[in-house]
Design a protein around this ligand. Structure first.
Ligand code: GLY
Length: 563
């Protein structure tokens, strides 16, 4: 006679737990841990706090973005914008939340030129005329409401606490404050908030931002309209107008984030998911990969590889200068730029033995300089949801103008537009028409938050660094191909080429290396940047090995944590 065995409740629970665990590991269904890497330990901790409170990766992204706005005020903030690349594990879908700033309705193409047609950089970079309408507050509300589990009262809690109680100044802060000291001194509210008696604060000085805490609390209470409507919007507009800017309440009322389909490419078994225009970063990244693929990159000796990377960068950046702008305003030929034919043509134009002078490729405009003091964070939660977000104010401390009584420091992203159309720049070339200023238009960006997906592992990556961003994401991806340890991948010396100026910008370690000598032998003009650049934040989930790592660039002050 068969016997019927009855299990006790604890034994049943143990059985189901074991069965679930084995199934999860076998199918790689969910990461064993969550990982967060950001540019500041307090921001990483803010994200972990929100995960511990029951939030998902999207809640954590809101927490980290808001905390970075407080503790890294030179890199991003409520007065800025950026791009959030989200992957929802439940649906398997990725989406880009485009929170790029937009040009005010009163803006005109020549607004930064004097009556001789010369660009006045002070106007396009310093003070409220340089500020486009911010997107970050809208993104925080949107991401929390649409993708998060928690109310903003939970996900903004750590940032509000940090703004109210203060955070200690670190070396990155001091470096950025030194760079923009004159501008911070120019605006009383910024000087009072970020300097001590008009000077760079010493290490460990507590920076308190009670007005910013109140603004974040208002967003908790009123959501989107707490920033973009009512009394608060009036306060922003009045202060901007009084200081020479051109914002209107209509500008703020009209601001919306845009959800865009990510760009997807393939390279040597990896699926690359990245941002579309108005960032030029994703197109550049995929174009460079396509050219390397056409050249069978992995089979090449290192010296040839570096040469090919530089030539791929040169060609991708030339295309950027010719074709890219806000897709809601101009037609961007993304499909053609990313086609195999185009990559083949580009590859065929590369001389294996010698650098192609940029002038030989034919005229394209030089790029406007882009701020390097952006920020990036990468998040993976235990459900497998992921976020790669790059946020910016453009230059360090943005425009330097803080709206009195609000704690909101405004961006200077207007300088990412072409500021002089048809006027020769210092290279004798004219500015790109696709990126000309127009009311309501988003300036072209280089931000490149990216997922690199293999069957057995996923990497979440991005960095600040202006026009050098796509090249740093490319370098990370290529190093990961060699299956390097994350810390070694991020420590590797970097180099960059952007078509014009026609030079390889190399970190000092690369500049002095044999690899630089090999590039010189091929007639590349290699210059030293004099200091290291970038702040890559990398989270990797190795599904087969059941391992999650979160690694911050050794060049920065960030922290990666897994839990
Ligand atoms: N402002 C820097 C960028 O958008 O790339």
């Amino acid at each position: 006679m068969p016997t019927t065995r009855t299990w006790s409740a604890p034994a049943r629970r143990l059985f189901f737990f074991c069965a679930f665990f084995v199934a999860s590991v076998a199918h790689g269904a969910a990461p064993p841990r969550a990982g967060i890497a950001s540019a500041h330990p307090l921001a990483t901790a803010a994200g972990m706090e929100v995960l511990d409170a029951g939030g998902n990766a999207f809640d954590a992204a809101v927490a980290v973005a808001a905390a970075l706005a407080v503790v890294e005020p030179f890199g991003s903030g409520l007065g800025g914008g950026g791009f959030f690349l989200l992957h929802d594990e439940r649906t398997g879908k990725a989406v880009v939340v485009d929170a790029r700033e937009v040009a005010p309705l009163q803006s005109v193409p020549e607004m930064f030129q004097n009556n001789k047609g010369e660009v006045v950089r002070d106007w396009s970079t310093n003070g409220p005329l340089a500020a486009a309408i911010p997107g970050t507050p809208a993104a925080l509300v949107h991401v929390a409401a649409r993708y998060g589990n928690l109310p903003l009262a939970e996900s903004l809690k750590p940032a509000i606490r940090l703004a109210r109680d203060g955070f200690p100044v670190n070396e990155s802060y001091r470096l950025a404050a030194r760079q923009r000291l004159d501008i911070l001194r120019r605006f009383a509210e910024s000087s009072r908030t970020f300097l001590v008696k008009g000077d760079v604060p010493s290490l460990g000085t507590l920076v308190r931002q009670p007005e910013l805490a109140a603004t974040l609390e208002r967003i908790v209470q009123e959501g989107h309209d707490g920033f973009y409507g009512g009394e608060f919007a009036r306060q922003l507009v009045d202060a901007v107008t009084e200081a020479g800017g051109i914002w209107s309440e209509e500008d703020l009322a009209k601001y919306r984030v845009v959800e865009r389909a990510p760009l997807v490419g393939n390279f040597r078994g990896a699926r690359i998911v990245t941002v579309p225009p108005p960032s030029a970063g994703g197109v550049a990244l995929l174009q460079m990969l396509n050219i390397l693929d056409a050249g069978n990159y992995p089979a090449m000796p290192v010296a040839t590889r570096d040469h090919l990377v530089v030539e791929a960068m040169r060609r991708a950046f030339r295309d950027r200068a010719l074709h890219l702008g806000d897709p809601d305003f101009v037609t961007v030929p993304v499909a053609q730029l990313l086609s195999a034919e185009h990559a083949g043509t580009q590859f065929t134009s590369i001389d294996r033995a010698r650098a192609t002078p940029s002038s030989e490729l034919g005229g394209a405009p030089a790029l406007p300089a882009q701020g390097e003091n952006t920020t990036h964070f990468s998040i993976l939660d235990r459900q497998g949801n992921r976020v790669a977000a790059t946020l910016s104010l453009n230059l360090a401390f943005g425009s330097g103008f803080m709206v009195p009584g609000t704690g909101v420091l405004l961006n200077n992203e207007m300088d990412d537009f072409t500021t002089a159309v048809g006027v020769a720049n210092s290279y004798g070339l004219t500015g790109s028409v696709a990126n000309v200023i127009a009311p309501g238009k988003r300036p072209l960006s280089s931000m490149t938050p990216t997922f690199i997906e293999y069957n057995d592992r996923v990497a979440i990556v991005g960095t600040p660094g202006g026009s050098r961003i796509p090249g740093m994401v490319l370098a990370t991806l290529l190093a990961l191909l060699e299956a390097g340890e994350p810390a070694a991948v991020l420590a590797a010396p970097r180099f960059h080429h952007q078509y014009l100026p026609d030079q390889v910008d190399a970190e000092p370690e690369f500049f002095g290396s044999d690899r630089a000598r090999q590039l010189r032998a091929r007639k590349h003009f290699v210059t030293s940047t004099g200091r290291n650049y970038g702040d890559v934040q990398l989270v990797i989930w190795e599904k087969g090995a059941g391992r999650v790592t979160a690694t911050s660039d050794p060049r920065g002050s960030g922290q990666g944590l897994v839990k």
